[in-house]
Design a protein around this ligand. Structure first.
Ligand SMILES: C[S@@+](CC[C@H](N)C(=O)[O-])C[C@H]1O[C@@H](n2cnc3c(N)ncnc32)[C@H](O)[C@@H]1O
Length: 90
């Protein structure tokens, strides 16, 4: 399959499952920056991936300029997010 064929009909990021399926990927995936898991649901729901690791910084981090959680949510909100994702994908 050429790269041109691989991306036929791929217009937006929600079309990523098309690409994954055309490549016959069925192993493990990882999403870095899962937040509420909306996009993870799109990928898992549209592919045959066996497992997906969901990674986010669901906590406040104080590390000067080296690392900042870009979501600017409160600690409580981040904890709710993590709980929701854990329940959603249990
Ligand atoms: C715009 S949201 C995307 C959420 C999700 N991927 C979606 O499309 O629904 C970006 C997420 O990336 C996370 N993030 C940013 N930097 C990160 C890092 N270095 N490691 C892990 N997660 C990170 C943020 O906490 C935030 O939840």
């Amino acid at each position: 399959m050429t790269s041109e064929q691989l991306f036929v009909g791929v217009l937006e990021r929600d079309d990523l499952p098309l690409v994954i399926n055309r490549l016959h990927l069925t192993g493990c995936g990882i999403e870095i920056g899962t937040q509420y898991g909306r996009y993870a649901q799109t990928i898992l729901g549209g592919t045959q991936l066996a497992k997906m690791f969901l990674l986010d910084c669901w906590d406040l981090v104080e590390d000067g300029d080296r690392f900042r959680n870009d979501s600017a949510f409160s600690k409580e909100r981040l904890q709710q997010m993590e709980k929701l994702v854990r329940e959603r994908f249990a």
